[in-house]
Ligand binder design. Sequence first.
Ligand code: HEC
Ligand code: HEC
Length: 491
Amino acid sequence: MFSLAACSDGGDDGGDDDVGGETSAEDEDTDESTDTEGEESTTEEESTTEEDTGGEPSLDDQLRELLAAEGVEPVPLPAPPDEAKFELGRLLFFDKELSGPRNISCATCHHPLLGSADAQGQSKGQGAVGLGPLRVHSGPSLFLPRSALSLWNRGVEGWDTMFWDGRLGQAEDDSFFSPAGDATPQDFDNALAAFTIIPITPDREMRGFSDQLDVFDQPNEMAGLTDADFEDIWGAVVARVMAIDAYADMIDEAFPEVAPEDVDITVLSNAIGAFEGEAFLALDAPFDRYLAGDDDALPTAAKRGALLFYGEANCSGCHSGSLQSDFDFHNIAVPQVGTGNDTGPMTGDEPEAPLDLGRARVTGEDADRFQFRTPSLRNVLLESPYGHNGAYATVEGMIAHHLDPEGSLASYDDSQLDPELVGSRAEVLAEVPDIDAQLLDSLDPLLIPAALSDAELSDLVAFLSALVDQDTLNQLDLVPASVPSGLPVND
Ligand code: HEC
Ligand code: HEC
């Protein structure tokens, strides 16, 4: 029977390790009764489901009703980028020429083999060598304050708020804002493209330190600048790129309307954004196929998990919609561990480290302390560790924290952090003894402590696993064999 075949197909490609034996037994029941219904193919699906569940609405009926009520719909795919822009952006993304000492590229922290991030709780920029989990400090321990965000689906329409604290983005009047303030250029294709102007500026991230030579032991012309010299840094990066003939030619081909002398950081940023938006599109997950109408795309455990997620467990109070984010900011009391934010306050004069005040460092409002942007949960299982500072090594630990923040803080074990950051929990507590009380006092009311059974927890994880786009598991083809600067790409 054709519906039987469809069922077992769904089981095969949607089925993953999280789906227990129970599920296949249920699936078989459905298959058998479908089979005995014989020829009456037009109505058999409906009557079968009703029969199976003894008059109750079927799991699919319940879930589809809930998803409709929650406004969860298929995500429209962005238009594919111009090929010349994509290819230019790809090479720039992997090219260390963009960093002062020519030793770090965007891919160092957003690698296709590492879920478009770096598998680190807090990223390591200058002063470290290696890729991903193998990246270690070769000098003093200097971390970026937060965990590298993944780049999945950042190019879709409406993703206007960037960074864990939303300090860059596109406002409702379509203008772009960023830590560069009034210097922020305005001709970006979207917020994702605009983002590129920032990582190249901090000394510890890509620009390099004042006493640091480049990998050829030559002076780094950006070393004498400060992190706030945005326009000079952008100009220096553009000059480097335009000095390489292959890039100048590619830019001419991708942006024929821009004269060589007018090429600026916006041009490079729009190319990199075009690459990221297409390369890290992850919208062919089982959940997307389910949203498109295929009941068989989701394993039963994932359907139960989705019912909890968008229903009783109220995950969608914040992780709302098809991308599981309201793009708003919430304090869920993730333990303050690691280095904290030692990059200097954006507003006010109060030093933050060993704390990270999150959204409050952008708005200057005490009420926004410890708030972070709700992460999208697309491909989230490829992104461990979890939380803005990588506080939780496993997704189960992260979810358990949501369900009982107080208990989770009390029993928090920092041995799950980067070896260099183990012990930081005690240091934070020594310096700010009431930090947990501060976190819990301003806990977001949408976070409703809930007791979920182990089976329910595993259903939630099954749902998260149905948010993984299998095609993104192997993205080696994104890595270029070489880049125009000739600098190495594989380390
Ligand atoms: C040394 C590591 C490192 C390098 C190099 C790096 N990033 Fe990041 N990236 C991060 C970290 C950490 C964050 C999150 C920072 C925060 O929110 O405060 C981030 C955030 C982002 C985001 C925001 C995603 C979102 O959901 O808001 C984008 C886009 C991004 N990086 C693109 C780039 C590009 C493009 C480059 C190269 C020009 C680059 N990054 C270089 C570590 C890095
Ligand atoms: C009150 C809003 C809110 C609710 C409700 C909520 N979350 Fe979250 N969630 C967040 C925020 C904010 C973060 C990031 C917090 C941080 O890093 O400080 C987060 C982080 C996560 C992460 C880690 C993502 C990453 O990239 O590191 C997972 C997984 C997650 N939530 C799952 C869930 C599940 C499952 C539920 C329901 C049981 C849920 N959340 C309910 C706001 C919420």
